[in-house]
Write a protein that binds this ligand. Structure first.
Ligand SMILES: C[S@@+](CC[C@H](N)C(=O)[O-])C[C@H]1O[C@@H](n2cnc3c(N)ncnc32)[C@H](O)[C@@H]1O
Length: 327
């Protein structure tokens, strides 16, 4: 990566003063840039920093850990020693960073996106349905009926995990939800019961974000207790196969959240075709979140078979959601 590309990345990491500083440390150091360029998977900086975070989180008395708010209650302020500690730690763990960089992906899974997804499910008018997610990561969105919610004055559900969103538009319209099979499709499914997968998802979070960390842990615990079927592989191939396994005539909600941007146009067309085919025999309600980005918001779109329409704009991590008043 060039210093310019690293600086451009740092602009998106403003919520993490530690990562902004560390990206500057990397850009100024040819040895660290060499390690960064050796990270096989993309985006390289996210993966390098998460790899370091994961290795530190395994437990160490290395001084570098003392700068991470996720690893200590009283983090050391960023100072002139940070660069040296980081450089030494990365070079000492270069082989492990390369292994993580070739085997792990940025699969951040944010349960609070369900503040947009569940109301979209309600818009389907379906009370009983199977639920399929394209790009499910660890499957947190497939547990959307197992969380508690608050959008302004509207509350729904009982759960140890409360997901709260600033609601700026129309109120969500709750209705009963009975989910049959829950099926996640992912090229690399993560297991909410697997300690290493959990550690990786935590390592992907910015160190300075305790709310996201506790939300992730709670959502992983809830998801781990559900019967979720994870299907490994390219969803453009597995979706038609999976839809064929569902009992004839029964409705299905197929959703994707911050995933379509990772697919090729051919893969996206194959998904559309699979849905069109399945609609010959059953109701298929489509939900897509994260399609069109504008500042920190992105669109929530639905298609009941009559064509796609945007029904809300939502913060990319579910901090707020703005439902349009629908006719
Ligand atoms: C950014 S994550 C989003 C995870 C989750 N949907 C959410 O909203 O928190 C995108 C996920 O899509 C998966 N993915 C990318 N390409 C895929 C493909 N062709 N088929 C299935 N999953 C894919 C990735 O492995 C990753 O887990």
């Amino acid at each position: 990566m060039t210093p310019e590309a690293i600086a451009a990345w740092a602009k998106h990491a403003v919520d993490s003063p530690l990562y902004v500083r560390l990206s500057g440390v990397i850009a100024d150091d040819t040895e660290l840039v060499r390690v960064l360029d050796g990270v096989a998977n993309l985006p390289q900086l996210n993966i390098l920093l998460a790899a370091v975070h994961m290795i530190l989180a395994r437990g160490t008395d290395d001084p570098l850990a003392s700068y991470y708010a996720s690893l200590t209650d009283d983090p050391r302020p960023i100072d002139d020693d940070l660069a040296g500690h980081f450089r030494r730690f990365v070079l000492d763990h270069e082989a492990e960073v390369a292994t993580i960089g070739a085997t792990r992906y940025t699969q951040t899974n944010e349960a609070r996106r369900c503040v947009a997804l569940l109301p979209a499910v309600w818009m389907s008018g379906l009370d009983r349905f199977h639920l399929v997610e394209i790009g499910a990561s660890a499957g947190l969105n497939l547990a959307l009926d197992r969380y508690r919610y608050r959008w302004g004055d509207v509350e729904w559900g009982t759960s140890p995990l409360l997901l709260e969103a600033g609601s700026r538009g129309a109120d969500p319209q709750p209705r009963p939800v009975a989910v049959g099979r829950r099926i996640g499709l992912d090229v690399n499914p993560l297991d909410p019961r697997d300690p290493d997968d959990r550690a990786w998802l935590e390592a992907l979070l910015w160190p300075e974000d305790p709310d996201r960390r506790s939300r992730l842990r709670a959502a992983l615990d809830i998801t781990a207790g559900l019967d979720i079927e994870m299907v490994a592989g390219d969803a453009s191939i597995t979706l038609p196969e999976v839809l064929d396994t569902l009992p004839a005539g029964e409705p299905v909600v197929v959703m994707d959240s911050f995933t379509l941007n990772q697919l090729t146009p051919e893969q996206r067309s194959a998904l559309e075709e699979a849905v069109a085919d399945a609609r010959r025999d059953r109701d298929v309600f489509r939900i897509s979140l994260g399609q069109r980005w504008r500042d920190d918001g992105s669109s929530l779109d639905i298609d009941d078979g009559t064509g796609w329409r945007q029904v809300a704009e939502a913060h990319h991590h579910g901090r707020w959601v703005d439902f349009y008043v629908l006719p």
